[in-house]
Design a protein around this ligand. Sequence first.
Ligand code: SF4
Length: 255
Amino acid sequence: MPETIPLQDTTVYGPIQSRRLGSSLGINVLPVSHKVCSSNCVYCQYGWTPANPSQERLKRAPVLLAEIREAFEQHAREGTQVDCITIAGNGEPTLHPDLYDVVIGLKRLRDAYFSAARVGILTDATQVTRPRVRATLALLDTRYMKFDAADEATWRRINQPMGAIGFTGMVDALKTLPEIILQSMFIQGAYDNTDEAHVAAWVRAVGAIRPLSVQVYTVDRGTAAPGVTEVPREQLLEIANRLTTITGIPAEVFD
Ligand code: SF4
């Protein structure tokens, strides 16, 4: 397995070519010197979430939007293909206090420079009970919510959430969010969420949440914890097919 990757060092990064998103410009609203996240996933490609982060301050919305405008202008001048614009970056974007204003401004900039591109977010779903976060998520075209675990114990072991929210509260909030796409990471080795009992429970939980669809994937980069290994593609396909057969919810495997 390769090393973990460096943090993004700019507000706008990419475009990243992926089977999941096409040509995606990434938006990082978080610091560039350290990860800021409400989770500490054992498979995180950026390594562990630091306990004592640097003192780098968050950029506020006007600064972020000025940087986004400048980068979009340049990409438009250079004719960059942009299928979507994805808020992700160095941790959990819904922790940024100005995210609502950033999304409003970002959509205006999308309309001006890349009008066909959808604006989405990748989130660990730990903040979904907060009204301001729900209002922000509602502004977006696409909402990708992390959902790797079917129970509190597995969630705490694999995703290591740091906030006060419990697993049941998060699942209940996800059930009431319209038109979400779940992203489910399956891993093996030192940590494993692919055993029969867990997959059966995951299918039931996803069936209760009723997302638009589910993206099933596995690790392809270095991980924070040692010994985390990828799941064979055939097993991912089995999990995805099982979900669709039982619940009718479309599931795609990405690797
Ligand atoms: S939620 Fe994402 S950024 Fe945060 S620790 Fe997990 S994988 Fe890393």
